[in-house]
Design a protein around this ligand. Structure first.
Ligand code: NAP
Length: 261
């Protein structure tokens, strides 16, 4: 299978660690030029050094807070100035805070909207003009909460579904330009965020973290957490030339955890 990613350009948002970093790594291994973006410059620099050492695709970074409109515009400009094109956009972000409806105020709702939905909208709005001539691929990272609401995560349950509606609508509107757009939803993939959430649960319940992990793994038919590399492999397929007909869909990678059909 020819992925034909060599020499293409991708922006991978929220790529200083976790899923974003894993996707950036996989793309660079395929020869894609990758623009990394997140807030922590030290971490970005570290990832740039690590991925440049692979001697495959070129790697650059731009310090960006994706809740800020001007910083998104600067990221897009920096990418075009550096690599001359944008073929692939991977939208990603930090997760919203936990909380039930009664625990969250307007400010927390507004922040989650800006981080988890508006940032994706702005990234797409600013990227699409650079894809219209040549076509392109857009991936929006969401969560299994798009299929089955997660108790105590109402902000994720609400705004991640907005991503699905956005993607499906744009699949239609962008198809004439051969821009394919899909949502990919992780279940429990072993990143720092998941380790942190398990630690928080362990402290809350007064149990060892191993017990919390075991509890989650028992709910997953494959009996383990996914790896960031497994997640990145699927995203890499979707943004490659091997995918020419899948658009407007939401795919779940969760080892079979979600029970809904
Ligand atoms: N891992 C899973 O199993 C899982 C499951 C469901 C949903 N998700 C969702 O998938 C996304 C990625 O997950 P992950 O596990 O890789 O999370 P993670 O390890 O916490 O990484 C989050 C990334 O987001 C960046 N970020 C946070 N706020 C940002 C901002 N305002 N502007 C730019 N970058 C920002 C962080 O970089 P800086 O600190 O450098 O800004 C970091 O690189 C999250 O939204 C998470 O909720 C993950």
């Amino acid at each position: 299978m020819d992925l034909n990613l060599n020499g293409k350009t991708a922006i991978v948002v929220a790529s200083s660690q976790g899923l974003g970093k894993a996707i950036a790594t996989q793309l660079v291994k395929e020869g894609t030029n990758v623009m990394l973006a997140s807030r922590n410059e030290e971490k970005l620099k570290g990832v740039q050094v690590e991925l440049s050492a692979l001697n495959k695709g070129r790697v650059s970074y731009h310090q960006t807070d994706i809740t800020k409109k001007e910083e998104i515009e600067a990221l897009i400009k920096h990418t075009v100035d550096t690599f001359g094109a944008i073929d692939i956009l991977v939208n990603n972000s930090g997760g919203p805070p936990a909380g039930t409806f009664e625990q969250l105020d307007d400010e927390e709702w507004q922040n989650a909207f800006e981080l988890n939905l508006l940032s994706y909208i702005r990234m797409i709005r600013n990227t699409v003009p650079h894809m219209k001539e040549t076509g392109g691929k857009i991936i929006n990272i969401a969560s299994v909460s798009i299929k089955e609401p997660i108790p105590g995560l109402i902000l994720s349950n609400t705004f991640r579904l907005g991503i699905v509606g956005l993607s499906k609508t744009l699949a239609d509107e962008l198809a004439p330009h051969n821009i394919l757009i899909n949502t990919v939803a992780p279940g429990r993939i072993a990143t720092d965020r998941v380790a942190h959430l398990d630690q928080v649960n362990a402290e809350k319940l007064g149990k060892p973290i191993e017990e919390i992990e075991h509890m989650f793994k028992e709910k997953i038919p494959l009996k383990r957490y996914g790896t960031p590399e497994e997640f990145a492999t699927f995203v890499t397929f979707l943004v490659s030339d091997a995918n020419t007909y899948m658009t407007g869909q939401a795919y779940i990678l969760d080892g079979g955890m979600v029970k809904a059909i």
